[in-house]
Design a protein around this ligand. Structure first.
Ligand SMILES: Nc1ncnc2c1ncn2[C@@H]1O[C@H](COP(=O)(O)OP(=O)(O)OP(=O)(O)O)[C@@H](O)[C@H]1O
Ligand SMILES: [Mg+2]
Length: 236
């Protein structure tokens, strides 16, 4: 197992946002987390990336406990987050934003190679616009930038929070294709999506999160045919 989340509970102040969540992710797979607003999807990703420490439970990455580590150490171990709402730095250029993703790395040559061979190859549009201010990019381009920035730390595991949110169907399709390509080249992905159809099409295993707990989990193809999932998340 690449990532093992065992029975974690995360509180905001005294209120638990997620309770006793367990998730396992195998090396090289795409795992989807679906669920409605406020279910606890982002909180789960924040716990993995160290932005919010669980109050109970354990998270292990390649067998090593990470649930008490600060975010930069977790990033250095090979986990990168593509945050909800993209969170690009609007006054910085595309290139400056991308280099921020590599701030923990020292080898200039490796960083340059990663930029050209990984990021600009998957996102030629970012190369064309590398000197443009990130705030002037379209929504889809900002999503590409957020993904490119995460890839600049050369992660093993990518956490993607709602990459399709607010994008046109065509742009959603484009982003989905890129996620698939990145995955084929060896990245493991946890994909949080309200677009359950998209998430279940991309993933091998999926978890349905409801009110802070796991309501259902299994192979994505089983969930696609599950009546409750169809009714609640796939529009009947
Ligand atoms: N910083 C915070 N302080 C207090 N409560 C929070 C905070 N962040 C999230 N919560 C609460 O935790 C619960 C889970 O929120 P979370 O953002 O994880 O949901 P989500 O599944 O990502 O929802 P969405 O689909 O709307 O993004 C919600 O009840 C939310 O109000
Ligand atoms: Mg969220």
């Amino acid at each position: 197992m690449l990532l093992e989340i065992e029975n974690i509970t995360v509180h905001y102040y005294k209120v638990p946002a997620i309770r006793n969540i367990s998730i396992t992710v195998e090396d090289g797979e795409i795992v989807a987390l679906i669920g409605s607003n406020g279910a606890g999807k982002t909180t789960t990703l924040r716990a993995i990336s160290g932005l919010k420490h669980p109050t109970t439970g354990e998270i292990r990455f390649k067998g090593q406990r990470i649930d008490k580590l600060p975010p930069y150490k977790i990033n250095a171990l090979g986990i990168a987050m593509v945050p909800e709402g993209r969170r690009v730095f609007p006054q910085m250029t595309v290139l400056e934003n991308l280099l921020m993703g590599a701030f923990l790395r020292n080898d200039k040559e490796e960083i340059q190679k990663n930029l050209e061979d990984v990021v600009f190859r998957h996102f030629p549009r970012l190369k064309e616009r590398k000197n443009q201010d990130a705030g002037t990019l379209s929504g889809g381009e900002q999503q590409m930038l957020a993904m490119g920035r995460a890839l600049m730390s050369a992660p093993k595991l990518l956490l993607m929070d709602e990459p399709s949110l607010g994008l046109s169907p065509i742009m959603c399709g484009e982003i989905a294709k890129i996620i698939r390509n990145i995955h084929i080249e060896g990245k493991t992905v946890i994909l949080v999506e309200q677009n359950a159809r998209l998430a279940l099409a991309l993933s091998r295993h999926a978890y349905v999160i409801e009110t802070g707990g796991i309501a259902l989990s299994g192979p994505a193809k089983d969930l696609r045919n599950n009546d409750d999932v169809k009714k609640s998340y796939l529009g009947g």
